[in-house]
Design a protein around this ligand. Structure first.
Ligand code: ZN
Length: 245
């Protein structure tokens, strides 16, 4: 089935090993929770990779046979090898989609793709979040309705130090009063980038039905566009040009 979208779910995977609460919420790790859902989608083939795998599970072969990469990291961003970040970055420019989740806002790959600091405000109080859809009709929000409500989340607040998104999909409201650009799209080279905020490790957010729908929708949106022509090339004129004197 050559037409299936080849998805790799990458997870740092450290909280699940060291924190009992996280282990209870995600016994097999967040990557497995996300991958198990995406595997139910008939148009996707799904692999997982983690920081502690050889080459972080991101060998050249894996990178070059991935159409869409999901990335979750938090406490060990600095342990991700720069040469692998460079390869993932190049692959995005060449057309691979990437979906950066939650605390991946501070990952090396997201910051490299954004070219800005990517800082934000945060608070871990388990408060309510409502993600408002501000781009109805976009493929990422197909089937989502007006908003997604999460009863307990970590707060992320503006200002989020990112370049202006090409498309803004969600704005979050938090019980404590802050707002946040929770779903943002960019194009980098031939590749699509989606940042999606929900997913703090101590809350069962990746089991939420609507959050899962957004992830599957985002994978479909971010898959490489096959017709994208090479654009870095010396170019002959399409029409005859007047001879220069
Ligand atoms: Zn968090």
């Amino acid at each position: 089935m050559g037409d299936k979208i080849r998805v790799t779910v990458w997870n740092e995977g450290r909280h699940e090993k060291t924190n009992a609460t996280v282990k209870k919420v995600y016994p097999k790790g967040m990557h497995k929770a996300i991958a198990d859902y995406l595997k139910t989608q008939p148009d996707m083939t799904v692999r997982t990779a983690t920081l502690d795998d050889p080459d972080h599970g991101l060998t050249d072969k894996v990178i070059h046979t991935t159409d869409v990469l999901l990335w979750w990291g938090h406490m060990a961003h600095h342990e991700v090898r720069d040469d692998i970040v460079d390869k993932v970055h190049q692959r995005v420019l060449d057309g691979m989609g990437i979906i950066c989740l939650h605390s991946a806002h501070f990952s090396k790959i997201f910051r490299k793709l954004m070219g800005s600091g990517c800082g934000l405000k945060w608070r871990e109080a388990g408060e309510k979040e409502r993600l408002w859809v501000v781009r109805p009709g976009h493929p990422i929000v197909e089937g989502i309705g007006e908003y997604i409500e999460l009863p307990h989340t970590e707060m992320y607040g503006e200002i989020f130090d990112i370049p202006q998104p090409d498309e803004l999909i969600f704005i979050s409201w938090f019980q404590g009063g802050e707002v946040f650009r929770s779903g943002c799209c960019w194009q980098r080279g031939a590749g699509k980038v989606f940042y999606f905020r929900p997913g703090h490790e101590t809350f069962p957010i990746y089991y939420d039905e609507k959050i899962r729908m957004v992830l599957a929708n985002a994978v479909r949106w971010a898959k490489p566009v096959k017709s994208f022509a090479p654009y870095t090339t010396h170019y002959q004129p399409l029409e005859p040009l007047p001879a220069s004197e």
